[in-house]
Design a protein around this ligand. Structure first.
Ligand code: HEC
Length: 161
């Protein structure tokens, strides 16, 4: 019985923690870009983890950034594309706010770019529901979660000249 109660308390605490994190997250539609496309405020208030950011950038199901960008620090990951600029030194060229803006929605920084918007869930033209041929869900999922964006930004900041 004592064990059972301990477990219940544990579950309760875990739920409380999850709710707290969600409450602090900025929803995609509430992100504000300044005139240059930068996003000054952290999306989560939780410091990004560069190692997890590197993992997101090389994961084909997540960022898949290296499909378009070469990054010397990630050279162990297979095949790097050359569609976008080499990201070496990106942390020296751009501020944290600039990088957050680029990852959230690069179209706010580079007009008409082919780079995907990673934290955006509205404003698409007739989105479909994957390959079903049906209309998309009312609330589109973002490619990356808010914390994954912060993790990627943290990794990009490590790319210094
Ligand atoms: C489909 C290709 C594509 C993908 C995928 C992509 N990008 Fe880009 N990215 C570009 C292009 C092209 C540019 C150059 C901007 C333009 O379009 O003029 C760019 C620009 C950038 C820049 C500014 C370049 C610099 O260093 O001066 C950063 C930073 C960046 N991307 C980060 C990322 C990250 C991080 C990811 C993954 C989360 C990513 N990109 C995924 C195509 C891509």
């Amino acid at each position: 019985m004592k064990l059972f109660r301990t477990v219940l308390v544990g579950v309760g605490l875990a739920c409380a923690a999850t709710n707290a994190v969600q409450a602090a997250e900025t929803a995609p539609s509430n992100v504000t870009h300044d005139d240059y496309g930068s996003v000054a405020a952290s999306l989560t208030g939780v410091a990004g983890d560069p190692a997890r950011g590197a993992a997101v950038m090389t994961d084909r199901g997540l960022g898949n950034c290296i499909a378009c960008h070469e990054v010397t620090a990630l050279k162990d990951a297979p095949w790097h594309g050359e569609v976008g600029p080499v990201l070496d030194g990106a942390g020296s060229r751009w501020t944290e706010a600039d990088l957050r803006g680029i990852v959230v929605n690069s179209k706010m920084v580079f007009d008409g770019t082919i780079m995907p918007a990673y934290y955006k869930n509205s404003g698409y033209v007739r989105p479909g529901d994957l390959y079903t041929g049906k209309a998309g869900p009312a609330e589109m999922p973002t490619i990356l979660s808010a914390q994954q964006v912060e993790d990627v930004v943290a990794f990009l900041l490590t790319l210094q000249d």
